[in-house]
Structures are given as C-alpha cells and as structure tokens.
Design a protein around this ligand. Structure first.
Ligand code: BGC
Length: 343
C-alpha cells in the first residue's frame, strides 16, 4: 500500500509531500519529497513491537534548518571533493566549498535540500525525480536524477539511483540515513559487520590520503561482527581526528551483504547490499544533543550510524580509485538494499 499526504511547506513556500509504503507485515517506510529523504522506517523487534529506526526530524523546519543530511538523498557528488576542485578534460571546475570553506561536501547540499517531484509507481514503490542545472554548485552538465524507493514483502527496502547528464560529469549518489535499530539511545552496543579488508585513511580535512590501509589489527576491522563502541575510543589518530568512525571502507567483492548491523536488545537486524565499491561508516560523531530531533528528543552523539554506500571520497582527484565520471548521455545506475529481520 502506498499513501501520499502533505508534510509541510518550505520556507520558500514549496509544498512537501510524504509517501508511506507499507507491506503486509506492517513494515513501513516514509519518504518525503524534500531531499528525497527517508524520513522513517518502522520495523518490528523480536517481540513484534514496531519502532521507528531512523533518527531525524518530524517537521520540514527540522529538515531545512537543523539537518546534518539525516535520511537525505545526497549528491550530485556524495562525500568530499578536496579543495572544492577537480579537472575534467583540461577544464578546472570550481565547486561550492560548503565545508569550512575548504572542501565540497555532499555536492554542496544540492540534491538533499531540493524539493523533488514524486509519483506513486505501485503498491510498493515511489519514484522521485529532480533536474540539476548545468553549473549547479560548480559541476558541469544538466543532470536528470531519479531515485526509486521500493519496499518488498520480505522487508527489503531498495533504493535505485539513476542519473544522466548532457555533459561529461562526475556522479556519486547515496542515502544519508542515520539508523538506530533500537529506535532510541545510542548505537555503541549495536554489532556491526563490514565486508572490507581495507579502508581509506584521511587527512585533517577528511580527504583520503590515497592509501588503502588494511583493517587487520586495527579498530577498523569489522570483518567479524563487533560492537560499534568496542574500539571507537582507541588511541588511533584516524579515530581521534574524526571523533570516531567517519571513514570509507573498500568493500570486498561478494554476493553477500556489504554490511550487517544487529541490535542485541531489540533483536533487529539490517543487512546492506550494494553494487558500489565503498561505504562510509559515520556514527553521528559530530552531533552533541543541542539539536532536537523527532518528538523533541535531542540528537545526541552516536545516536545513529550511517552506512553511506558510495564511490570513494574525492574520486575525481584520485585516478587510482574506482572512477565515477560519466560521459554525456551515459547512464549512472546503482542500487542499495537494506533488508530488515530479527534474531
Ligand atoms: C561525513 C561526515 C559528516 C556527515 C554529515 C558524512 O558523510 O563523512 O563527516 O559530518 O556526513 O554531514
């Protein structure tokens, strides 16, 4: 069942709609047209009790004024581009430097803060579209974006990304949901597995140095499930610099999940599948409880974890990373699935 209702009006007077997709077991996903944002996901715990496992906002004001990309579709280039600059075929593109005036973060916030058009595809699916003009945030090419959200009967929630540009450009899209499988408190006790032998260490501006560092013997080894909080406070320069995990993991090729999260308290499990080469693990390190989220509950440090499936950060400036440059007319297509269950 898919239902549409009004969510609110932006400061600029644009109407924002909310779409709820619910399956026959009562798992439900709410998506709003502001930022093509996953606003809520209601899933059952091991006793069958439902909770909203998405940390974020319940008002349009929250999303517009307080957001750190909670639940948003992020692009056109997710994560960071160093010095807000890259070169394509000899032309230097100067981007919006929306992070400390130095880096371009999450494409300057364009896709995430736009009101998308939406249509109900069917009982399990909603499609959202947005066109980014040539030169937006400094990027070349007018790009047509489409994101399709589908909730299946097996409690898989799939996000399909599609984009096509009229000029050669770079594209890297993700969803920035902050998950908390308990629906409350912090996520330090959640057990996490990430199928990655390496991660990309970063400099002081959170830009990968280019090294693919083995996770072996480090706090970044999630190959066997472990509580997120177990090693987060280790005396590791990478963790100190980012106040915890805020790093891209280089996913191993596999048909299995890229990541699995499990909350021992509620029994909720989330598996993540993707066709992308990387995933950013970010644990809301920079939140400090000063911003109120849903129902006025403060968004505290580590209130959620993000698994942002992506091309590695700063790829346009890193020729050795898997590339995400697309010719005019060439299709960008990618899918990520979040599958929910209990144990
Ligand atoms: C980044 C974090 C940032 C967060 C919210 C993540 O993708 O890696 O550094 O604080 O997004 O903007």
């Amino acid at each position: 069942m898919t239902v549409k209702k009004p969510f609110g009006t932006t400061e600029g007077g644009e109407q924002v709609d909310l779409f709820t997709i619910e399956n026959s077991s009562g798992t439900a996903v709410d998506i709003i047209t502001y930022g093509a944002t996953v606003n809520s996901i209601f899933t059952a715990d091991r006793n069958g009790d439902k909770a909203d496992i998405i940390m974020g906002f319940d008002t349009i004001e929250g999303h517009e004024k307080l957001s750190n990309y909670q639940g948003m579709t992020v692009g056109r280039y997710a994560n960071r581009i160093a010095d807000g600059k890259f070169t394509l075929d000899g032309t230097v593109y100067d981007l919006v430097r929306n992070e400390k005036g130095i880096t371009c973060l999450h494409g300057g916030g364009e896709l995430s803060h736009a009101v998308w058009k939406a249509i109900i595809v069917d009982d399990s699916s909603v499609e959202m579209t947005y066109t980014s003009p040539d030169g937006a945030m400094g990027f070349p090419g007018k790009v047509d974006f489409k994101v399709t959200f589908t909730l299946y009967e097996d409690n898989s929630f799939k996000i399909d990304y599609f984009a096509v540009s009229d000029k050669k450009t770079v594209i890297n899209m993700t969803n920035h949901a902050y998950f908390n499988l308990a629906g409350k408190g912090d996520i330090l006790g959640h057990e996490l597995m990430i199928n990655a032998d390496c991660f990309t260490p970063t400099d002081a501006n959170s830009i990968p140095t280019g090294e693919l560092r083995s996770v072996e013997g480090t706090a970044f080894d999630f190959r066997k499930p472990k509580p997120i909080g177990r090693d987060i406070g280790e005396n590791d320069e990478q963790l100190i610099q980012c106040k915890g995990y805020d790093h891209n993991f280089c996913l191993n090729e596999s048909d299995g999940p890229a990541a699995v999260a499990y909350d021992p308290q509620s029994g909720r499990v989330m598996e993540v599948f993707t066709d992308l080469p990387g995933v950013q693990l970010y644990c809301a390190n920079f939140l400090d409880g000063t911003r109120a989220g849903k129902k006025g509950v403060p968004l505290i440090k580590h209130c959620g974890f993000c698994l942002e499936t992506q091309f590695y950060p700063n790829t346009p400036n890193m020729p050795d990373f898997p590339q995400c440059t697309y010719d005019a007319g060439e299709k960008y297509e990618s899918s990520t699935v979040f599958r929910f269950s209990v144990k």
